[in-house]
Design a protein around this ligand. Structure first.
Ligand code: RB5
Length: 150
């Protein structure tokens, strides 16, 4: 599976560790965003990178990291038919797949430690979408997009 990962400067250090973890697990990783952790880099540009990789099909899933995870998840959720889940624990990451069929996992380097982040990443890639009534709800999200996105 190909995974796109990007961060702003505030998510840079955690991104390096997550990218290495994914590569060791055999994922093909598209890495983007801040080139280092010292120069300011907008979470908007980092979010665009992940969202466009997933939206275009270059990557099947994405991981989006900023200081809190809030800004970058907001950007990803502006793309039609992308569901980016901002998570702070493993249960949320698991449910984001099972119930919401999220394609992008977002979290904040200033919020979660490495152990929690790796647990969320594992849950996100292990869980399958449950479908059924949850598929109806995801279709409901698409209807909301169709009504409100220009
Ligand atoms: C950067 O200082 C910070 O604003 C950003 O990483 C993120 O937390 C925004 O939502």
């Amino acid at each position: 599976m190909t995974v796109s990962i990007a961060s702003d400067h505030a998510g840079y250090e955690l991104r390096q560790k997550i990218r290495k973890y994914l590569e060791e697990k055999g994922f093909e990783v598209l890495d983007g965003g801040a080139p280092n952790g010292t120069d300011s880099y907008s979470y908007v540009d980092a979010g665009i990178k992940v969202a466009e990789d997933v939206s275009s099909g270059r990557a099947e899933r994405g991981i989006a990291i900023c200081g809190t995870g809030i800004g970058i998840s907001l950007v990803c959720n502006k793309y039609k038919d992308l569901r980016c889940a901002l998570c702070t624990n493993e249960y949320m990451a698991k449910m984001s797949r099972q119930h919401n069929d999220a394609q992008i996992l977002a979290f904040g380097e200033r919020v979660v430690g490495l152990g929690v982040a790796l647990g969320m990443v594992d849950a996100f890639f292990e869980e399958e979408f449950a479908g059924g009534r949850h598929a109806d709800r995801v279709n409901g999200i698409r209807e909301v997009e169709n009504r409100n996105f220009k």
